[in-house]
Design a protein around this ligand. Sequence first.
Ligand SMILES: Cc1ncc(COP(=O)(O)O)c(C=O)c1O
Length: 390
Amino acid sequence: MKNINRRDWLKTSVLGLGSMSLLSGNLLAKSGSAANATATWSRESMLWELNPIYNEVKMKARLLANENPFGPSTKVQKAIAESINTGNRYGHADAAYLISIIAEKEGVKPENIMLGPGSTDLLEKTAIVLCKDGGNVVSADPSYMSLVNTAQAVGGSWKAVPLKADYSHDLPGMTSAIDSDTKLVYVCNPNNPMGAITEAGSLKEFCKTASKKTPIFVDEAYLEFMDKPEDNTMADLVSEGYDVMIARTFSKVHGMAGLRIGYLVATEERINSITKMVRGTMGLCVTSLKGAIASLQDEQFIVNCRKWNKESREFTSDKIQAMGFKEIPSHTSFMIFPIQEDGRAFSKKMMDQGVGIRAYSIADSPWCRVSMGTMDEMKLFVDALKVATT
Ligand SMILES: Cc1ncc(COP(=O)(O)O)c(C=O)c1O
């Protein structure tokens, strides 16, 4: 399969060709220790984001981008509405305040926090700063590819390490893949698109040891959907002085994907090395800052979202299993399962019924990834799945 870098991907998307190698997978493929691995799997769904035709489709259930159907909370909406008339001023003071409450929550100093308009911004900026002079990034395959794509686009290479049979990260394999040219290890936990987790104790040991050789970037976008997020985060390693970077986002459990805000927790030296080249807060608007502040203060909303997400997950799991499908146990706000039919044809059949999902080709087999929506949306999904597969 052809490897498509980020620039080519965007070009392909705009042309509306409908398929790409944004995510690359190696579950059944050869070892990833050769530098600059190529994509062995692809996202097969139509590129609705950039294709005007698909943006016009009236979706009854939008289950393709791991958005939170319940957000933003009413308190966030109120805070944003009240902040609009301050939009003539830069949001530096709000940014400083948000940084201070995040630092307190994470048990670090404000100097350990960098904000960005979504965690994508922080993934990409980290990749640019660390890989601008080449070198390689070690990461699992399949996994989320934003950081790797940007690293490759600026001249770095990718060392792909296949996930284990239980879809967790192969930490010994990743340790072996690190070499003198490695600029960064990227770990996504829980992982997208597989939804599986890597056990916190072994990941922590890996971070402690491997961060002596190279920075470790842990993407915790879906952390809050786990049963015990506080036992699974790697953020405490930062205050212990390890060269570990943690990315978090307000896009998922906080339900603020369109408001664009996320943050990085890292050592002061690491934050400085990034912010001396690219700034964190200048891409943020006061509405998002005020919204994020309100959301951090609305703990009940997060508890509710976690509960509702779990209910949707259990309902969907029961229903699809009754139809003969079997998902990978999910710790996130989405689940993925193998299907029989070509992913593009399948996603079109679903979209024709107003249900947006993501189809993938992994190790040459088609898979459906469905984001958790409201219970009504999940019922629509199940009904559409029955029609599409019979
Ligand atoms: C694992 C992971 N990391 C990061 C992101 C980026 O999220 P955002 O830029 O909205 O914070 C996503 C979005 O789906 C994701 O799945």
